[in-house]
Design a binder for this molecule. Structure first.
Ligand code: NAD
Length: 283
């Protein structure tokens, strides 16, 4: 059977965002007398985290953002990690700080996040950033993956205003901030999660369905309202390779538009990180 859905090309949209950001970086560098700077902190040797951080640093270089990289060992004491964050907070050449999560066992990620200067919080994870977003105040930095989802919707010509939106997942990184963004865009938003009684019934309401549960192929074609826009945030490494939270091929026969994995939300996360770094540098 042929695909009914339009495939939303995250790589192409991300390339557009990066090109725009590159222009802004050039202007900003002239204004500031230095390039915008992003510090990356990779604690320990988690291979997936190492790949993500490498891609983020490469993307920075490509658009002219200077990257400052720190790679402390996995057994770094909490106090030393907090001291590193304080040093990066105080460094005037650094506009954004990204501490790659998850941290190795024994380290308190919340304490590290809370120590970040909210003005440099390019992941949008500090209580200050999260609080501003939940109040609908645009002053704070917004987490990259949810803002990438909003860019993809805009690019696909999907206006959330008045639409039924369902998010599967309620993490601080994706589900919760996306709730605020979709609500801010006037959608009627439902958040489903691991205790939702009838996930299929909730998902079938959605004109916009975002899957961010980290469960391979959790969302089946039967859970999708015909013609819905389906955004798959999930990235799950399985024996079949990298798969999303949506059972892609059957889902694409029902959905109106759908993002692939890979090549959907992933590239947007990196593009929005660059965008956030420019926003942080502008102050
Ligand atoms: P998380 O584990 O912190 O949160 C998962 C959420 O899904 C939880 O709120 C949980 O309640 C919900 N959930 C789990 N099982 C469920 C089920 N059976 N039914 C309904 N809800 C369920 O994960 P996260 O950090 O939000 O990430 C979610 C996924 O998105 C992961 O696969 C992650 O790798 C991926 N991710 C991708 C990007 C990207 O750039 N593409 C960025 C961030 C996260």
């Amino acid at each position: 059977m042929t695909l009914a859905a339009t495939v939303i090309d995250g790589k192409a949209v991300a390339a557009e965002v990066r090109a725009r950001v590159a222009g802004e970086v050039t202007e900003l560098a002239a204004e500031l007398g230095r390039p915008p700077g992003l510090a990356t902190v990779l604690v320990g040797e988690d291979p997936a985290s190492a790949i993500y951080v490498r891609r983020k640093r490469e993307a920075c270089e490509e658009v002219g953002i200077r990257s400052f990289h720190h790679e402390p060992p996995g057994d770094i004491p909490q106090e030393e990690l907090l001291a590193l964050v304080a040093e990066l907070n105080a460094n005037d050449e650094i506009d954004g700080i990204l501490c790659q999560l998850p941290l190795p066992g024994g380290l308190d990620a919340d304490e590290v996040i809370n120590a970040l200067d909210p003005a440099k919080d390019v992941d949008g994870l500090t209580p200050s950033s999260a609080g501003l977003l939940s109040r609908g105040d645009p002053a704070g930095l917004v987490p990259c993956t949810p803002s990438g989802v909003m860019e993809l919707l805009a690019h696909a010509g999907v206006d959330p205003s008045g639409a039924e939106a369902v998010i599967v997942g309620r993490s601080n990184l994706v589900g919760r901030p996306l709730y605020s963004l979709l609500l801010g865009a006037d959608a009627t938003v439902t958040t489903a999660h691991s205790r939702t009684a009838d996930l299929g019934e909730v998902c079938r309401r959605a004109e916009i369905l975002v899957a961010a549960a980290g469960r391979p192929r959790l969302v089946t074609a039967e859970m999708i309202r015909p013609g819905a826009t389906v955004i798959d945030v999930g990235t799950n490494r399985t024996d079949d390779g990298l798969v999303g939270d949506v059972d892609y091929a059957p889902a694409a026969e029902v959905a109106g538009a759908i993002t692939p994995v890979p090549g959907g939300v992933g590239p947007m996360t990196i593009a929005m990180l660059l965008d956030n770094t420019v926003k942080a540098a502008r102050g």
